[in-house]
Design a protein around this ligand. Structure first.
Ligand SMILES: NC(=O)c1ccc[n+]([C@@H]2O[C@H](COP(=O)([O-])OP(=O)(O)OC[C@H]3O[C@@H](n4cnc5c(N)ncnc54)[C@H](OP(=O)(O)O)[C@@H]3O)[C@@H](O)[C@H]2O)c1
Length: 305
């Protein structure tokens, strides 16, 4: 979709790279910056311009941000604005706290820059399959302007209202992700220890009413122990902590989240930090006294056609 609107992109990690690639492949006028420039360079083949300095993105209409934590977001946005220029709008897609998001809104408001909080659901593979979704909050008119670009990156967006509401929706989503992966690992190990292959159990589960896009795309990891990183235990711990903080603030008990957070912490404490968060399966197997082996069975992820 060729367009006169000029887009900027900050952060081409696992998620940001694939999201920016969809905009570039869609024909957008896109300039990209990443701290480690080499990770952004392959985007040039889709027509994106890779820039050296963040301030080079300040003249764009919409700048998307996809880095890691609130501290990282703050650092890149400060550098974006440091040269005196300012984009018309910032769309911040990283998973950050409500407080961080509110501080960013104030910071941008002071400069007259529109701001949308737009965290996402899906991993890099989901983006490649065109199934990423956004939850968005901020001024409705700004959302209407940004919406066509959000749509180009996946299956669409849900507008939930003003302010930082999208942050709480995303935190709720990732709390569910953490609790579901923990329980999925528990029942998969239970089924295996009772005597059935993991692939047979997950085949049943994924065809059942309990199967979901998530349980399907995690099946290859759980069956063949392919722990290629999609999302790290530390990033998931951050989101569970954000959920527990919000629960304390709003006086909502979250017992399952607390327990899941501690199980994840045990895993991180044992040094299981670099692989995918689905290595919770290994921790569960160890706690159950069984040794896991890859089943080496072809298992679909529900994403590839
Ligand atoms: N992975 C998932 O499945 C998933 C799903 C939904 C949401 N999220 C959220 O999306 C965000 C990105 O996740 P990811 O998996 O793409 O992480 P990632 O692969 O670790 O990428 C992080 C990106 O942020 C950049 N960055 C971090 N700190 C920075 C700083 N201080 N200054 C400049 N750049 C900085 C990194 O630059 P370098 O390349 O130089 O390191 C990299 O481009 C996180 O908030 C995460 O919670 C992830």
């Amino acid at each position: 979709m060729p367009t006169p609107i000029k887009l900027g992109w900050i952060g081409t990690g696992r998620m940001g790279y694939e999201m920016a690639a969809r905009l570039a492949k869609g024909g957008c006028d896109l300039a990209v910056w990443n701290r480690t420039r080499a990770k952004a360079e392959p985007l040039a083949k889709y027509g994106a311009k890779v820039v050296d300095k963040l301030s080079e993105l300040a003249s764009k209409d919409i700048v998307f941000v996809m880095v890691s934590t609130w501290d990282d977001v703050k650092e890149v946005v400060e550098k974006l604005l440091a040269g005196g220029g300012k984009p018309k709008m910032v769309v911040e897609c990283s998973s950050i706290s409500l407080e961080g998001s509110a501080e960013l809104r104030q910071m941008l408001k002071g400069k007259g820059v529109e701001y949308l909080a737009a965290p996402v659901s899906g991993n890099a593979k989901v983006i490649k399959a065109g199934k990423l979704t956004f939850v968005v909050s901020g001024p409705k008119a700004a959302y209407d302007t940004a919406r066509p670009y959000l749509d180009m990156m996946g299956t669409g967006s849900s507008y939930v209202g003003e302010g930082e509401l999208a942050r709480i929706a995303k935190i709720c989503h990732n709390v569910l992700l953490g609790v579901v992966i923990q329980n999925l690992c528990e029942v998969t190990i239970l089924a295996q220890k009772a005597g059935m292959p993991r692939h047979a159990f997950l085949d049943f589960l994924n065809k059942s009413v309990m199967g979901s896009m998530f349980t399907r795309y995690k099946a290859p990891a759980l069956v063949n122990l392919d722990f290629h990183v999609t999302f790290t235990p530390k990033l998931l711990r951050k989101d569970l902590d954000l959920g527990l903080d919000a629960g304390r603030e709003l006086e909502v008990p979250m017992p399952l989240t607390s327990l899941t957070r501690d199980l994840l912490q045990q895993m991180i404490g044992q040094g299981m930090t670099e692989q995918d968060f689905s290595t919770l399966l290994l921790a569960q197997a160890k706690a159950s006294g069984i040794e896991l082996k890859p089943e080496n069975v072809p298992v679909g992820d529900g994403l590839s056609s």
